[in-house]
Design a protein around this ligand. Structure first.
Ligand code: ACO
Length: 358
């Protein structure tokens, strides 16, 4: 018990005794193994959920972490306060010195999934981590759960410096490392209300600028009308000939750029040295590729981007993609005499002058 009291001071919330009500017949608790029945009973229930929902994790490993005293768990209960049953939770390890908390396991019991409980638990965990004055979450998300984590504000683009977490967290196969920033001022347990208030504020601001309530008379002059700007209200809405012409010329410039990029791509695809780049690298055949190359790109993707019509807003963006494609090739095949390595130089020599000429 005394151990928990010191933790409690660190945590900054009276987790052991308190249960946060979070809806009808629902409450949340922060748990940590202090050896007491009060903590052990729900931890055992949570451990069973993790074991069922994460079948790839060895059960003994789940037990070790859930009952480890450096780990804590936020658990969601269904039922009257004090008598409910755990229906989901997240087990995590705060790493205060490194300013992050590692999420070890996250699961909701099968019959209660996709009802918003995963989000509810995550929001409470965020509030709890915020109180501990920790700035980041890190986790190895199971590849099937990446969508869920993305919806909770996690991203695969890691900006937390590697030296802060390398050696501190466990590497999992079949998982993708994701991070989430915990903003010190967001009330995570009240996000719905906060977003509603922000939305209303934005709509109020928009309304104050809109003139949609002004109704103009209909078109006078009938078929004799030659200038669209004579239509009542067109000028008042902010459209001018100059704006329309500028937009049209920008659009024409974009079309012309895409045509020129397409032509370069077509010529490149007809060369003898383009063969390593025509489609994505086969990661089944080269499983280490994903580990070495963090940002893969190939000509199929580049073609899709050209066809989208609005991705390459400048030739420099296209240049960077081609450069990255060749850099990736040289990183994966670093021996200068290697056939793949050579093609990278040939592609750059072929493409770069053509881009310069646009
Ligand atoms: N993939 C993609 N999207 C998902 C997934 C998923 N596996 N699960 C939920 N979502 C989406 C929901 O559709 C919902 O989207 P919406 O807001 O647009 O409606 C959003 O995420 C939030 O869903 P919730 O209902 O709040 O989530 P839920 O209660 O189902 O809990 C959880 C999500 C924990 C992933 C649950 O589905 C689960 O237990 N899955 C099995 C175990 C698992 O995969 N856990 C994660 C392993 S990784 C790790 O533990 C570090």
């Amino acid at each position: 018990m005394s151990e928990w009291t010191s933790d409690e001071a660190k945590v900054g919330c009276k987790a052991k005794k308190d249960a946060w009500s979070c809806g009808e017949n629902l409450y949340m608790r922060l748990l940590c193994n202090d050896g007491s029945h009060d903590q052990m009973k729900p931890l055992i229930q949570l451990k069973s959920i993790f074991s069922k929902q994460l079948p790839k994790m060895p059960p003994a490993y789940i037990v070790r972490l859930v009952f480890d005293r450096n780990h804590q768990s936020v658990a969601l209960f269904k039922g009257p306060v004090g008598k409910g049953k755990v229906i989901g939770g997240i087990c995590f390890r705060p790493c205060k010195e490194q300013d992050f908390a590692e999420i070890a396991f996250c699961a909701v019991t099968a019959s209660e999934q996709v009802k918003g409980f995963g989000t509810l638990i995550m929001n409470h965990l965020k509030a709890c981590i915020q109180k501990q004055k920790i700035g980041w979450f890190l986790t190895y998300a199971d590849n099937y759960a990446i969508g869920y984590f993305a919806k909770q504000g996690f991203t695969k683009d890691l900006t937390v410096a590697k030296k802060r977490w390398e050696g501190y967290i466990k590497d999992y196969d079949g998982g993708t490392m994701m991070q989430c920033e915990i903003h010190p001022q967001i009330d995570y347990t009240n996000t719905k209300e906060m977003i509603k208030a922000q939305r209303e504020h934005i709509f109020d601001k928009m309304r104050s600028h809109l003139k949609s309530e002004v109704v103009f008379d209909g078109v006078v002059g009938g078929p004799k009308l030659t200038d669209p700007y004579d239509i009542p209200g067109v000028h008042a809405s902010g459209w001018t000939k100059e704006i329309v012409e500028e937009l049209a010329s920008k659009r024409q410039a974009m079309i012309s750029l895409q045509e020129q990029l397409h032509s370069i791509l077509k010529d490149l695809l007809n060369t003898k040295f383009v063969w390593p780049y025509t489609k994505p690298v086969d990661v089944e055949r080269y499983p280490e590729y994903k580990k070495i190359i963090k940002d893969p790109i190939d000509l199929r993707m580049i073609k899709q981007r050209i066809l989208a019509g609005n991705f390459y807003t400048s030739k420099e963006i296209f240049r960077k993609d081609i450069q990255r494609m060749c850099d990736n090739c040289r990183t994966f095949n670093p021996t200068p005499g290697n056939a793949y390595y050579k093609t990278a130089g040939q592609v750059l020599d072929f493409v770069m002058p053509r881009i310069n000429a646009i």
